[in-house]
Ligand binder design. Structure first.
Ligand code: SF4
Length: 767
């Protein structure tokens, strides 16, 4: 047996090393115009093309730092080296004034160059080297070089200091990873025994994670889907070498359930929360400690010196392991830094991240960007995945209203006003040409984003960008949020295709005409697959689960899932006897509602009389809900009722749900597809039945007819994709509120005579 000491080896990229060990100063998230990725690439190529024949571009460098029995290998690619002149270059592209580049950013750039400098000296046995930091202005195409001559000795000292700072962390990370994997390998299911169907669910998820294949799981309510997916994904981590799990939710309650499941997992471990680092990501407005301030050191005390104190906060958060909103806030405030941005930092070091869909699926999603940049192997679990289609559509949709532009125009600096006027002129021409073709139309579909209008918008955007470059420290008021909207719209417009609709909407006037100054141009994404697909593919495994994912093709096609996506349908373990379903054939169409209202409320009152208890009653809209509520109160004043309001904050939602007390009685009125239509858990006597006074079909209006036509063109099933599947999904979700446990029993009343519409496709007419 050899007595040679074990050498611990770690690897890090130059960029990550410097960001970890050399970034100091304030957090500063003020808007600074930055070059696009394309401009950045072109800038680097242009600078390289200006160099002489002895210039080597993109030089791969690597070197090691050894401390005791530990070795840290640092590698990266320097932008250029001229062996004849002994000059090593690092190019940074920028827009605006070179003086505006923050000192701590410059320090970071120098740190990278110095690390490359040492790697180059070491590789080519150089005693000294000239470091050239070239700031390249992508608009003016000018170079702003800064030079520093360094000896190999001083560069080595700099490199060693950074590596020494990083090495302790790398060792801690490596130890954590092997301990984590050891714990996960032997972890027992924390909620044993498995509920019926839960073991099949867990096995399917485990196989999908280990085999690295996408999986669509339909599993009934009450089976324990959260722990039934989290547990096998965790167990698969060591086997598949997964770096992180992202548990993505549509709504806040889903996040809480995921955290509860994870808490159960860590509670069963000897090391407690240190065994598994769990991070909860929340929205900025929920985590911000100074909502009246801006995110930079001159405004917010928690941004000032953020990076100076980040190291200690990062260590404390990592050591605690459990990083839900409250715990992370405590750590952040103890170190005097912003909890929201500490959360962003900890996404790099967490094992499981629980957050909203948008952290992975949105256009600028942080978790997706980090995954791509760091080549992470991630397992993504998508909770209540039937929501992903509509959420993804909204992530890739945008609209601009002419009135917002008109409101901004008078306060604009003169430089921008002329560009704005040009654009406003295009709005007018657009409205005029539409009204010539379709007099009095208040909505129409355009074949493409109007070209002249879009060019004028792009010119306005460029002018704003230049203006912001030149006035970086001014307060820009409402210009900045408006610019973000116009920029987002222009970006989406460039990718416009048959995945989206371009709509022009004019507000109606009292005389039935259209108001030419109340115009909105909208890009409505209806097939998010082209945008979502790369995000699906970046995950090592992607598991989408819900109680309603039928038919699978609908989700696979719309979300860009791979053709080889596995399907798993877990049958319900509840018996048919647990749920009585009654259909009351009345027309709930808008025109018939006043007539059918008495029959509807009578049926509700009779059921309540037969079996007193708590009921949920679902309606297709607030308008319908209010009509029925008023009628029920009038005809049966003693029957206790309460209703969902149009705007409900979290405390009032809780108050609504608290009325569903096991000893209580009454009917809670809610809107189908709304906040109480899914994700609400009212077991046992808390809910004994539901009335569903609608099929949940989206309205047969012009917008849905246009969507229907597009779905027909793309998938050959316009009516199903537009009306039937979304409608059924809402009804099944609402009905699923009634039976939550194997001992629950209940009744669902479906009140609708239009069930024929589910089978009779409407013609998707052109509009
Ligand atoms: S506390 Fe609020 S204002 Fe301050 S840096 Fe954090 S998010 Fe920005």
């Amino acid at each position: 047996m050899s007595d040679a000491p074990t050498v611990e080896s770690y690897n890090v990229a130059v960029r990550n090393l410097c960001e970890f060990a050399a970034k100091l100063g304030d957090l500063d998230l003020r808007f600074t115009p930055s070059p696009s990725a394309q401009q950045g690439r072109e800038g680097h190529q242009l600078v390289a093309s200006r160099r002489g024949p002895s210039h080597e571009a993109e030089v791969r460098l690597s070197g090691s730092y050894v401390s005791g029995d530990q070795t840290l290998t640092v590698s990266g690619r320097a932008d250029g080296f001229d062996a004849q002149r002994n000059v090593l270059e690092e190019v940074k592209t920028f827009r605006g004034a070179v003086e505006a580049i923050a000192p701590n950013h410059r320090d970071l750039h120098w740190a990278q160059l110095k690390v490359y400098g040492w790697l180059m000296c070491n590789t080519r046995s150089l005693e000294h080297i000239t470091l050239q930091l070239v700031y390249f202005d992508v608009q003016q195409q000018t170079e702003h070089p800064l030079e520093l001559v360094c000896s190999a000795t001083e560069l080595q000292a700099f490199f060693s200091a950074l590596c020494q700072r990083y090495l302790g962390w790398a060792q801690m990370e490596s130890t954590h990873r092997s301990q984590r994997d050891g714990v996960l390998q032997t972890m027992a299911f924390p909620q044993a025994p498995f509920r019926p169907g839960q073991h099949d669910l867990a096995s399917g998820v485990y196989r999908a994670c280990v085999q690295s294949r996408p999986l669509l799981v339909q599993a009934p309510t009450g089976i324990g889907k959260t722990i039934g997916t989290v547990f096998p994904a965790l167990r698969a981590m060591p086997e598949r070498g997964v770096d992180k799990i992202f548990f993505l939710t549509a709504k806040t309650p889903g996040r809480a359930v995921a955290l509860e499941a994870l808490q159960m997992v860590v509670a069963g471990q000897e090391q407690g929360s240190a065994a598994l680092r769990v991070l909860e990501l929340v929205a900025r407005d929920k985590a911000c400690e100074h909502p009246d301030k801006a995110c930079h050191g001159q405004s917010c005390p928690l941004a000032q010196g953020f990076y100076d104190r980040l190291g200690a906060a990062r260590l404390a958060a990592a050591q605690s392991g459990w990083m839900d909103q409250a715990s992370l806030r405590e750590v952040a405030l103890a170190h005097g830094i912003c909890p929201y941005y500490l959360g962003h930092e900890m996404a790099r070091w967490a094992d499981v991240v629980v957050g909203d869909y948008n952290y992975y699926f949105d256009r600028s999603a942080m978790l997706y960007a980090l995954t791509a940049a760091n080549n992470w192997r991630v397992s993504v679990l998508v909770d209540e995945a039937h929501n992903l289609y509509s959420r993804a559509c909204s992530m890739y949709s945008a609209e601009l209203a002419q009135v917002d532009a008109l409101a901004l125009q008078p306060g604009l600096p003169s430089l921008l006003r002329s560009r704005m006027n040009e654009w406003l002129n295009q709005w007018l021409l657009l409205v005029q040409s539409t009204q010539r073709k379709m007099p009095n139309a208040t909505w129409c579909l355009l074949d493409e984003v109007p070209e002249a209008w879009l060019r004028a918008l792009q010119r306005f955007n460029s002018a704003v960008s230049e203006y912001l470059n030149e006035h970086p420290t001014d307060a820009h008021g409402s210009l900045l949020p408006f610019y973000f909207k116009t920029l987002a719209f222009a970006n989406l417009a460039e990718e416009f295709g048959d995945h989206s609709l371009c709509e022009l909407e004019l507000a109606g006037t009292v005389d039935g005409g259209a108001d030419s100054e109340q115009v909105t141009l909208r890009l409505r994404n209806v097939v998010p697959a082209p945008f979502v697909k790369p995000r699906m593919e970046a995950a090592d495994s992607m598991v989408l689960f819900s109680a309603t994912l039928n038919p699978p093709d609908y989700y696979i096609n719309l979300l860009g899932l791979a053709d080889d996506t596995q399907l798993l349908d877990i049958p319900s373990s509840f018996t048919a006897e647990q749920l009585a379903v009654s259909i009351v054939r009345i027309s709930t169409r808008r025109d018939d509602r006043r007539v059918s209202l008495d029959v509807l409320v009578q049926a509700m009152a009779e059921q309540f009389e037969r079996q007193a208890g708590n009921y949920l009653a679902f309606f297709s809209s607030f308008e319908y809900l209010e009509l029925a509520l008023e009628r029920l109160r009038h005809l049966h004043p003693s029957l206790p009722v309460w209703a969902q309001q149009r705007q409900m904050n979290e405390p009032s939602r809780h108050a609504f749900l608290r009325k569903f007390d096991a000893a209580g009685q009454g009917i809670g009125f809610a809107v189908l597809g709304g906040v109480f239509g899914e994700g609400v858990d009212l077991p046992g006597k808390r809910l004994v039945g539901a009335f569903i006074a609608t099929l949940g079909l989206p309205q047969f209006d012009a917008v849905n007819q246009a969507i229907c036509e597009r779905m027909q063109e793309r998938f050959g099933r316009g009516h199903d994709y537009t009306y039937v599947f979304p409608g059924i999904q809402k009804v099944v979700q609402a009905a699923g509120r009634v039976i939550r446990t194997p001992t629950d029993t209940g009744t669902v009343f479906l009140k609708e005579e239009r069930d024929g519409e589910l089978r009779q496709p409407r013609v998707c007419a052109s509009v």
